[in-house]
Design a protein around this ligand. Sequence first.
Ligand code: 4NP
Length: 159
Amino acid sequence: MRKDVTAGPSILFLCLGNICRSPLAEGAARAAFDAAGIAAILDSAGTGDWHVGRPPDPRAQAEARRRGVDIGGLRARQLRRDDFYRFDLILAADHENLRGAKAIAPGDATARLRLMLDLVPGRAGASVTDPYYGDEDGFAETWDDVSAVAAALVSEARG
Ligand code: 4NP
């Protein structure tokens, strides 16, 4: 028998390179929405263009795999102006990403723009730390943060 699937929100996860934090956020959210039986539209992008077309950082892929999620099929892309009409919500990993998004946002954008951790009780205004220049532990911390964001999104979508 087919599992009932509810129509969910459309959400774009945003970071700088789209190879560490936002693909992990997309992967965690895909897993959480799938488990909840909610058909959300999920994607990720970076404000920068250095890694366009590349798969997530191998350390990010390894961390996701360790948590049971395969993000190896994702490819980096840069944030575009039309994303501000295509998504209900754009969630930035940190304040720099938020500024980068605001810099190209059209005046009549329909997407709401927030920090990822604004959705997590007690973490409003906080950044998901960039693990790119650190060691593997940073990626585990990133996964924990983006999983909390994913859980908050699912609970909001359930109403
Ligand atoms: P992300 O991490 O924004 O979480 O994907 C970074 C990836 C690459 C660079 C910086 C941050 N970089 O400078 O190349």
